[in-house]
Ligand binder design. Structure first.
Ligand SMILES: [Zn+2]
Ligand SMILES: [Zn+2]
Length: 287
């Protein structure tokens, strides 16, 4: 049997990096250290413990199993204040889970869940928020976009010097307007949908997109499990303005060389140029 240390993959982008592991049915956990979030928690690898916000998309074990360990370890290591955002319908069951762990361990682990619904915003820190949106998987599910909020000087005031601006401010004139720059969007598991209708998804700089199935015989399996098949990508990516699309949640049996060949056959060059895999090894199974 091949044994190897558990390794997370790292992808670097302009202002943040993505550090994670994602194999369908096995484990999905994706940290963005600069934004202090981890998308799903998987089995709570060491890297995830330092993130102050867990964004849970749904209750499947491969995405959510580590949540008790996350809170317990953070308490053990003296890192207070971690929060897990989750679909509102799952929060009572997650609380029950923590209560059961408290009995099993003999002491409670401090924890905090934030119930989220489609369209809710939550402030991660000043001028950085997470927006939840409905996805199409099994049970209660949400995706999340991280949005940088910026305030820019209104066009009509651009020519003013700083004393002029100060004078306007003193008069109480609103001199800036608010703009949103979506940085990264994570769907969790989902079937295809009209995601390009959501501006914060369409313009997100990075898209973490599940693409579970590549085998042409597996279209029905994708539909049944409410996942994305490579054949869904052309339509799903149409109208999307993302700079990078990172494919995740590939099955362990996927031969990456075949997957890349299929992508080349399926997508236009401008779409293909933006695509990468989080888990980029040639054969996911063999190493
Ligand atoms: Zn999954
Ligand atoms: Zn799932």
């Amino acid at each position: 049997m091949i044994t190897r240390p558990f390794q997370l993959s790292t992808l670097k982008f302009e202002s943040f990096s993505v550090v994670g592991y994602s194999i369908a049915g096995e484990e999905t956990v994706i940290c963005v250290p600069e934004l202090d979030v981890v998308f799903d928690i998987g089995r709570a690898p060491r890297e995830s413990l330092a993130m102050n916000h867990v964004l849970l998309t749904h209750g499947h074990m491969d995405h959510a199993a580590g949540i008790g360990y996350y809170f317990s370890q953070r308490d053990f290591q003296g890192m207070a204040g971690g929060k897990a955002l989750a679909p509102a319908a799952l929060v009572p069951a997650l609380e029950t889970l923590m209560a059961a762990w408290s009995k099993v361990e003999g002491h409670p682990s401090p924890h905090a869940f934030v119930a989220m619904n489609d369209g809710d915003d939550y402030e991660l820190r000043r001028k950085l928020l997470v927006r939840a949106f409905a996805t199409r998987h099994v049970g209660a599910t949400l995706g999340y976009s991280i949005i940088d909020v910026r305030f820019k000087l209104k066009e009509e005031f651009l020519a003013l010097d700083s004393p002029g601006i100060v004078a306007l401010k003193k008069k109480g004139v609103e001199i800036t307007h608010r703009t949103e720059v979506p940085l990264i969007t994570y769907f969790g598991d989902t079937a295809r949908s009209n995601y390009s209708d959501l501006p914060h998804v369409r313009t997100s700089k990075v898209l973490l997109l599940e693409c579970t199935f590549f085998d042409l015989d597996h279209v029905r399996r994708a539909r049944k499990g409410r996942h994305i098949h490579v054949n869904d990508l052309p339509e799903l990516l149409e109208g999307m303005d993302n700079e990078h699309v990172v494919l995740i949640h590939v099955t362990r049996r996927t031969n990456m060389a075949d997957a890349r060949r299929l992508l080349r056959k399926t997508l236009r060059k401008d779409q293909l140029d933006r695509i990468s895999f989080l888990m980029s090894r040639k054969f996911i199974e063999s190493d």
